[in-house]
Design a protein around this ligand. Structure first.
Ligand SMILES: Cc1ncc(COP(=O)(O)O)c(C=O)c1O
Length: 496
């Protein structure tokens, strides 16, 4: 299955691939040659448990997805200017998973394209320009989305925020401004959005949209408090803007109880625009924007045709349909509920046992573990999170750490992730935490650094592809007490 040795692949990559395209574990990248279900295999046949690929939603290389793709490729692939049944059939099936008002689809090719189009729809419909986004949010790699992604633009310096962008606090009830002890954090966070709108109006600015992931993923696996979206939507609508729910990471049943993440807020909340990506095609590049008839009509009123060469082609639609069929046929939502609950239960047992575990949160197979150096102060345990990621890699488990401090262990495995997989990964984490805590207690003042709060952004080498650039990574690691050869821990201070 290999054309080149690993060293040759790396060398060719250095020569021909843009240097800002990063790999996981840069000092010892993994070369994957095949995958099946929730497992990936390297060039030596080593099997890795995949806890990071939410794109391979129904499992890597699912036979039904492959069959659907091949069958349609043998027959026809063309663009949406021709009538084709699979386009309308897929739109019908997809919109049936959503509240009735969300009935009009635009098929595109990536999460970024979906969010960029969502902004165009919002601006055309509202006649306004400004966008409210959440702190630490990531919405895509194109210019229009870097502008509204604090996760990215904050790295570009202090004047990088554009005037039309307004940043609201992330509704994180563990680490954010209003926490679990607040009587109504949902309203408190929503009131902050209302204040932002008022302030914008005072400055003569008008809000086109509020955009948020239904649950922030790069932002640190944040589950917004009850009532937050309803109240935000009310304020945004009053201001003439629309609510865009980014489901690129969290949609398609990952949250188990509902098909879409925003539905966790209750039936009385319906966004105006929903964007989808990653899991929609199980790895095939496709995505979608769904909106209301009213917004779609306003977009059409500009007179501009919307044409997208690949969006909604028959092969993508056949794949999308196969993914929906599999989710249903294999009861992947039920499975995500059972395995996700078990995973959270096991992780909560770790919380009882290990002071490093500050918070465990999850719905379905969207799970986060916030690691802390000090439970009272909630000091982020960034270095420890990085250490865990590297040690897990040695045990052939792929997990990432993310969030503003890169201290959140982020579980987003393929939906076929099993009970045994959950048990296995938590057992490994248990051992690593036990070792880490032994070092910390036996080396007070001389062990791991007392402050792992890295003032610079600390992209994780083990993190997913949307992680930050390498700027200052090594300096951060050093500040955090780690060797720059991150994966080669132990450096002196950590017993392994
Ligand atoms: C929440 C969210 N929105 C949008 C995107 C952009 O999607 P893509 O990389 O397919 O353009 C990402 C990618 O990581 C994402 O996490």
């Amino acid at each position: 299955m290999e054309m080149y040795t690993k060293a040759e692949t790396l060398e060719l990559r250095r020569k021909h691939i843009g240097p800002s395209c990063k790999v996981f574990f840069p000092k010892d990248p993994i070369k994957i040659v095949r995958a099946q279900g929730q497992y990936m295999f390297d060039e030596n046949g080593e099997k890795y448990l995949d806890c990071v690929n939410n794109v391979a939603h129904v499992g890597h290389c699912h036979p039904d997805v492959i069959k659907a793709a091949v069958k349609q490729m043998e027959l026809l692939n063309t663009n949406s200017r021709f009538l084709h049944d699979s386009l309308v059939q897929y739109a019908k099936r997809l919109t049936a998973t959503l509240p009735e008002q969300l009935s009009v689809c635009y098929f595109v090719n990536s999460g970024s394209e979906a969010n960029d189009l969502a902004l165009r729809l919002a601006r055309q419909y509202s006649g306004h320009q400004d966008v409210i986004t959440l702190d630490h949010a990531y919405h895509g790699h194109v210019t229009s989305l870097i502008d509204i992604s604090p996760y990215k633009f904050n790295q570009l310096g202090k004047d990088s925020k554009k005037e039309f962008v307004h940043v609201a606090p992330s509704p994180d009830t563990y680490r954010g401004k209003y926490r679990e002890d607040h009587p109504d954090p949902g309203s408190a966070y929503a009131d902050d959005v209302t204040k932002i709108i008022e302030e914008a109006h005072k400055n003569g600015r008008k809000i086109a949209a509020f955009i948020a992931e239904s649950m922030q993923s790069c932002g640190g696996q944040v589950i917004p408090p009850a009532g937050y979206f309803q109240k935000v939507a009310e304020s945004v609508h009053k201001a003439g803007g629309v609510f865009i729910a980014d489901e690129v990471q969290v949609g398609f049943g990952r949250v188990a109880k509902c098909f879409w993440g925003f539905q966790l807020q209750g039936e009385d909340f319906v966004p105006d625009i929903v964007t989808m990506g990653k899991p929609i095609g199980n790895g095939h590049p496709m995505s979608c924007v769904v909106t209301t008839r009213e917004i779609a009509e306003a977009f059409g009123a500009s007179g501009l045709e919307y044409f997208n060469t690949f969006g909604g082609n028959p092969v993508s639609c056949a794949i999308g349909l196969a993914v929906l069929d599999i989710i249903e046929k294999e009861d992947l939502q039920g499975h995500a509920s059972r395995v996700g609950n078990y995973l959270v239960q096991l992780l909560n047992e770790q919380k009882e046992k290990h002071p490093l575990v500050g918070d465990v949160r999850g719905v379905g197979l969207f799970v986060g573990v916030d690691l802390v150096k000090d439970r009272q102060k909630r000091t982020p345990a960034t270095a420890e999170a990085q250490h865990i990621i590297y040690k897990l890699k040695e045990q052939r488990i792929l997990l990432s750490a993310d969030g503003p401090y890169r201290n959140i262990l982020k579980f987003k495995p393929p939906m076929c992730f099993s009970m045994e997989d959950a048990k296995h990964v938590v057992n490994q984490i248990d051992e690593i935490l036990t070792d880490l805590e032994e070092v910390t207690t036996s080396n007070i003042g001389n062990g791991l650094p007392t402050s792992t709060h890295c003032k610079r952004k600390t992209p994780t080498d083990g993190s997913n592809h949307e992680s930050n650039s390498h700027i200052n990574r090594n300096r951060c690691r050093q500040e955090n007490g780690f060797c720059t050869e991150g994966h080669k821990v132990p450096c002196k201070r950590i017993r392994t």
